[in-house]
Design a protein around this ligand. Sequence first.
Ligand code: TYD
Length: 135
Amino acid sequence: MNESQLIELPKIIDPRGNLSFIEEANHIPFKIERAYWIYDVPGGESRGGHAFYEMREFIVALSGSFDVVLNDGHSIKTISLNRSYRGVYIPKMIWRSLENFSTNSLALVVSDKAYDIKDYIRDYDLFLKLKKNIQ
Ligand code: TYD
């Protein structure tokens, strides 16, 4: 899948508390190699602001809300996440940032690869150049 996409996860509604889940290669189009989470973010703060050469991610706002800003080199779209049963799939080579965190928000990120500093593209001009060469 080359397009970023909002994905609705299963939601098991229960008076004892609702439950949602992610199965790799089922609800999301990759096998999960790593999970990390971002928490204790001051309200209004931003994170990210980079792309990956190869890594793909799926991001869920387990709690609170934030915006996922996605830039494919041509257009920019913003997806607001504020439900724990909905997430954004981000393919490789998308410039992405997480913005506008609400106080006490919790972002869960699952990735198809282990952390690898060499997979990061942090230079926006380089990102644009690489995108032009691909297309
Ligand atoms: P980073 O992905 O650079 O966050 P942001 O783009 O929001 O600034 O991660 C911040 C730091 O955390 C970075 O120095 C590396 C470390 N880190 C890991 O060691 N393992 C991981 O899986 C991640 C995501 C980050």
